[in-house]
Design a protein around this ligand. Sequence first.
Ligand code: DAH
Length: 440
Amino acid sequence: MLSRRLLRGFGILKYEARFLSTAVKKEAENEKVVFEKKRPEVFELDGRKHKTDDVWNLSPAVRHLLNRRILREQSNPLNLLKQRIINYVHQTYRKAGNRSPLFTICENEPRIVTNFQNFDSLLTPENHVSRRPSDTYYINSNECLRAHTSAHQHSLMKQGLDAFLVIGDVYRRDEVDRTHYPCFHQIEGVRLYSKDELFGKSENPAEIFSKNEERNKEKQGVHTYDAVRVAEIQLKEFLENLCDELFGKDCQKRWIDAYFPFTHPSFELEVFYNGQWLEVLGCGIMEQEILESAGVRDKIGWAFGIGLERIAMVLYGIPDIRLFWSKDSGFVSQFAGKTPEDEVKYKEISAHPQVIFDVSFFLPENVQFNDMTSDVYDVIRTIGGELVEQVKLTDEFENKKKGKKSQTYRIVYRSHEKALTKDEVNFYYGRMITISSTPC
Ligand code: DAH
C-alpha cells in the first residue's frame, strides 16, 4: 500500500545524473594540493614557521597528508575509536570526589618537534635506526615531524601534568603495505604517582626510591621492588581493562617482555583475535631519568603507546590501512552518524566507480515526510537490487501555500563486477519511472 504511494510519487520527476569521475576531478581542483617538489625556505605548519635546510626530506605526498586531519573528521572510524577510548577513560578514572576526569586529553600538540623531543628526551641512543633520515621526516637538522606521540611526554610533564593522554597523527618513512602508511595515529598515556597515590596513605608507607640498588631485569636501580610491583599492576590493569572494553570481556590477552629506550621494565600486550595474536600496544615503567629531567623528583610513572589504525582495522574489520583516507562515500557512509560505542562491521566496497543519480518527487497528499522515507528505500532497493550501494535523503521541501511536499534522494549505484555506464544505470532508472507512472 505504502509503496504504491511512493511509486505514484515517482511520476513527477526531475533528475540529474553525475558521474563520479567528474566529481573526483572537481574535488581535486578545489582542494589546494601542494605538489611542490622544491624545498621551501620556510615551512609553516600548525601556525608556526620553520626554517628548512639541506636535511629537509618531506615528499610532496607526505605534505599532502599533513593537510588532512582524518582524526578530526566526524565519521572517520579512527575518530570513533579515539572518542570511545576517551569516553571510557574519562568514565573510569576520576579525580578524588568523582567530580572531574583524571586524565587530561592533549590533542593539539604541534606536529613539528625538535630532535630533543622526538629522541633525546626519551633517551633514544645516538645511533638508533629511528634517527636516520631514511626513517624520519626532517624539516631541518634540528626539527622533524613527530614519529610518535611519546615526543610530547617530556614537555607535558614539565608543564606539570601527572595523568594525560596525547593523541595525534605521527609520521614515519616506513614500508608500504596493507598495514603501513607514512602517517598513522597514536594515543600516548602517562600516569605519575606520588608515594601516597601509589601506596595509599598509611603510617608506615613503603618507599618509591631505593639507594645503591642494581638495575636488573625487573627494575631500574633507583626504584624499590615494592614501587615497581604496584606501578606495574596499575599499568597492566589499566590496559587490560581498556582491551576488555574494546575487544570484549572475554578476549584472550598475553604480556610479552619488550625493550623501549624510555621505559624499564617494558612490555607489549597482545590480544588473540580472529585466530591470531595481535600486538596492540607497548608500555612500561618510565625511565626515572626522563622524569628527573622534566623536573619531577618525587614520583614514579608508567607510560604506554597505542596505534589506533591497528586496533580500528581489527575492531571494524577494515582490511587495508589506505581505506582510512578514503573519501569514497561507499566507505564514509558506513561510519557516518555512528556513535563511538556502536558496533560497526565494515562491508567491503567495490573497486569500480560509483554512478550517482538524484531523484526528486512530490509526495502524495497527506503523506508525511517520515512515512515516505523507508518505503522509498525499499522500492529503490527492489528495483536497483545489488547495484544500489547507498540511498540518502538529501532534501525536503514543503510549499505551504500549495500544500505540496517534495523530497530528493541521492542514489549511488555501484557494481562489484564492473564499471557501470550511465546507460546501464539509466535502464534501472527508467524502470523506476515506468513503474512509478503505471497506475496501481
Ligand atoms: N613510542 C612507541 C612507538 O611508537 C610506543 C610506546 C611504547 C610508547 C612504550 C610508550 C611506551 O609510552 O612506554 O612504537
